[in-house]
Design a protein around this ligand. Structure first.
Ligand code: DQA
Length: 147
């Protein structure tokens, strides 16, 4: 089983970006924890980050035929990334949207996600642990396991 973990614009700056909001772990640290969790679950975790919507779409189009699910933090594209939303919908894969911060407790414009309607569900405000929870949940569901 192969799960794609995709991060959008500015998430390469984790660890330096507003730590009060996004926590102090770098993206490399979060990706390494996800790969470790992937090993424990005996699945493959492929990570990708880009600041460009086009590169995110290219990656989804190239990888989705050989993948089983997608975990994505679209960054600010969450709020206006219609091309990204279409690419995710076209992938036909189960998608979990993750946000480090609670997008419902911040500026009003952040509370609207154009990705949410094509996602199975979303996790918001649990910090880096949200990615791990998403991975465990998606894999358990795909494997038909209870936990
Ligand atoms: C974010 C929330 C977005 O509103 C913001 O633009 C980000 C990060 C989060 O993980 O909390 O870049 O997706």
């Amino acid at each position: 089983m192969k799960i794609l973990v995709i991060n959008g614009p500015n998430l390469n700056m984790l660890g330096k970006r507003d730590k009060e909001i996004y926590g102090d772990k770098t993206l490399a640290e979060i990706e390494s924890l996800l790969k470790k969790q992937g090993k424990a679950l005996a699945i493959e975790v492929i990570t990708f980050q880009s600041n460009s919507e086009g590169a995110l779409i290219d990656f989804i189009q190239e990888q989705s035929n050989s993948a089983d699910g997608i975990i994505i933090n679209p960054g600010a594209l969450t709020h206006y990334g219609f091309s990204l939303r279409d690419a995710l919908a076209d992938s036909g894969l189960p998608i979990i949207e993750v946000h480090l911060s609670n997008i419902y407790a911040r500026e009003e414009w952040r509370a609207k996600s154009v990705i949410a309607p094509v996602a199975k569900g979303n996790i918001s405000g649990l910090g880096w642990r949200g990615y791990i929870a998403a991975l465990r949940t998606l894999v358990a569901e795909l494997k038909g396991e209870d936990v």
